[in-house]
Design a protein around this ligand. Structure first.
Ligand SMILES: [Zn+2]
Length: 270
């Protein structure tokens, strides 16, 4: 039996390492065993994003857990696959779950996928609908922008949405400056690169979050630890201090305390 002091030490070392994953896709996991392990290792806040109808429905189900919070939306990759009335169905789903979800996401523009003007116009139309909905419901947005940061920033500014999270930020240093000035949040994946280090330096620590985009980029939510290390190193801050700040940022931005109501069951206990 561990003594009280040993237990307190364990708790405080765990507290120092509290982590948050601001963007991942838990609906893709075959089972949630590895996610449970990440939670047990201190990833106490996980934001999981849906991308289409099936994934949104599963994401809502998975977020019946004290540590897991849902964002739902239609991501640009799935825009061309939308069937008749599917967009309307998802708009209804977002409205119905307004009190449960922490953001509308993943939404955005992907010009690597949409090469023609025609395809881009369709992506923009769905993104504009999602922005309008976010404004109406006063919900934050989690945004995907690949080779499309310029248009994404213009459309967000025009929409009047102000609670903005740019996930897997891949814009320029100038765009990072602009996003930071507008008060947007930027999340960093667990992939070190010199351009990423430069971007981190341009954004105040209060506006940064760690993400994994797992299982696509990171393997599990615990890989947010690697993102946190990257941020700590680029900022010249201690790892503990950085983890604490990044967790606080994630909880504050997504208002997870406000969403942690009693209707949330504890399928996976921490
Ligand atoms: Zn994603």
């Amino acid at each position: 039996m561990p003594t009280r002091q040993v237990m307190q030490e364990r708790e405080s070392s765990l507290n120092k390492r509290e982590l948050a994953d601001a963007h991942c896709h838990l609906d893709i996991f075959e089972d949630l065993t590895q996610v449970k392990e990440s939670i047990e290792n201190g990833v106490l806040t996980i934001i999981t994003d849906g991308v289409d109808t099936k994934s949104n429905l599963k994401t809502l189900q998975i977020s019946d857990n004290v540590n897991i919070f849902a964002a739902i939306g239609i991501d640009p990759e799935h825009v061309p696959l939308l069937q008749d009335n599917e967009l309307e169905f998802n708009i209804g789903l977002i409205k119905q779950n307004n009190q449960k979800i922490v953001a509308i996401g993943e939404i955005g523009l992907d010009y690597l996928l949409a090469k023609t003007n025609k395809e881009r116009v369709v992506q923009k139309k769905v993104f504009a609908d999602m922005l309008e909905l976010a404004k109406e419901l006063d919900l934050p947005i989690s945004v995907h922008a690949r080779e499309a940061m310029g248009d994404v920033l213009v459309m967000i500014k025009e929409s009047g949405v102000t609670k903005v999270h740019l996930h897997f930020f891949s814009g320029t240093e100038k765009q990072a400056d602009e996003a930071a000035k507008l008060g947007y949040m930027i999340s960093i994946p667990p992939l070190p690169s010199s351009s990423r280090r430069k971007v981190i330096k341009h954004v105040p620590i209060q506006q940064l979050m760690a993400e994994t985009d797992c299982p696509i980029v990171g393997k599990v939510p615990y890989d947010a630890e690697k993102s946190a290390r990257l941020i700590a190193e680029a900022k010249g801050l201690s790892f503990e201090e950085t983890c604490k700040q990044l967790s606080e940022n994630t909880k504050r931005f997504f208002n997870t305390n406000g969403k942690a109501n009693k209707s949330r069951s504890q399928l996976i206990r921490y």
